[in-house]
Ligand binder design. Sequence first.
Ligand SMILES: [Fe+2]
Length: 596
Amino acid sequence: MIILGINAYHANAAAAIVADGRLIAAVEEERLNRIKYAAGLPVRAIQFCLDQAGVNLAQVDHIAVPRDPWARLGTKLRYAIRMPRFALDRARVMKRFAGIRQDLAAAFQVAPDDIRARFHRIEHHAAHLASTYYVSPFDRAAVLSADGLGDFASSMCAIGEGPRMRVLGEVTFPHSLGMYYTALTQYLGFWKFGDEYKVMGLAAYGQPEFLDEFRHIVRADGLLSFRLGLEYFTHQSQGADMTWREADRTPVLGQLFSPHLEKRLGPPRDPREPLTERHHNLAASMQAALEEVLVAYWNGLAKQSGQRALCLAGGVAFNCVANGKIFDSTPFEHVFVQPAAGDAGLSVGAAFAVHHQTLGRPREFVMDHAYWGPRFSPNEIRKVVDSVGSADEVDVAQLEESELLETTAHHIAAGKIVGWFQGAAEWGPRALGNRSILADPRRPEMKDILNRRIKHRETFRPFAPSITEEATGEFFEKTHPSPFMTFAYPVRPEKRAAIPAPTHVDGTARLQTVSRSANPIYWKLLRAVGRLTGVPIVLNTSFNDNEPIVCHPQEALECFRRTQMDVLVLGNFVLERKSSSADREESADRFARREN
Ligand SMILES: [Fe+2]
């Protein structure tokens, strides 16, 4: 029984394939076509999934699409009468989805009738809920989806029991935590799609001085609901148009905050304006107000469901700072967050919704790692390494695993920046040790060095650590696993000086806990680093430079060439730049002085 899940025609297009109830592969289209947040029909992602399952399109039994144009039709019609442009948009979306069979047939060069799969439309939030609960390790759990908007709702919660899910509540347009966060992100001068992360990082620098005002902008409303102060927003009257930038084909959302917000909080920040204490405090207030609403919602859900396990999906589930507070502020003891919590994850959710809800099959799969993307054979990697010439000025060595680990650990401990490419690409937006850039977390200057030489990010944004699961409690105040980097925990005060590079200004870090079973070679590398330095932690940032995370080894090599990375580990090859780096020497000197 082959089920193909496809998230198509809007940002974060992706595909996933489920065979006999088990996930075989999942990948975002952006990793393959190299266009960030790629939309459209994810043809390459679908092809990859079919290849992994060893089938062609004609052999797929079910195709699941996470969009249901008929959902909440009454509400949509009411808006359509008020906003003709909105009606036009809806009509366009319905037409696109109605044509998916033809689009697939054209893309895969088969006759439409050759696609014998049954097509299923799974409502957006039902697919988010399915994307997390059905792959979680829990037999029963409370389940929550919260995002900007999908199928005219922004949130849905349910109780999952075995293969069934019962919806407990939903919040419909225009009330939306995602819209709230995006609107305020824009107000603070960050207009790019996906910039919400930046403001979450910025919030740690401020105090929630404006929280009282923010409680008018968003507030909890009963046990399982929340409301926006609609006068602060424009989307309920003008829609939330997404357009595509010509230059890099990335999505752009129109302005979501209203003049009323400016009247209450002052003028918005110009993106070129420096960040001030006021901006820090606005970001802190915005994050604090979100957390108040989420805590109320989580507690409402705990009460209504009677569960102690919680599954999260939807873009709001990427708020790792809020997620880190679940354990202290709610009765929930176990939390699973889908690694592709955003709309890419809908492809997984739609496929599992068909398997369990439509076909009534039992559960037998747990997503205990995130490595569902393309992997490359030693031969393919060797071909890329063979293309390295004298102009690259690198030393190349091929090493056995134990030597590879020791050598890489030594490079990290010596302050070098290491590109680390192993196994299958990660599913979801985080690099989790297969397509990662690694560095020494003990060096306070490492964040600036990484920014200067490779990442070119805003200086206020933190870098994240990976740590062996076993050592989590030694360095962090919480030990609940965070295998997908979706929780921020306080670093133990006595350990903050030991890992200054990934410790954020508020003393927390957005950690990845690494278990031996989920990623054996990465876990062993962390152990090797620990043996050398006493700290089984590396600073882990995604392997890219203003582009989607590298997927193919050739892209890793090109990123290595373009940036000032010191070492590239491709499978069991180590490529080390011959020229020394001033930064590296400066860092080594400073570190040696500190050690003495
Ligand atoms: Fe969504």
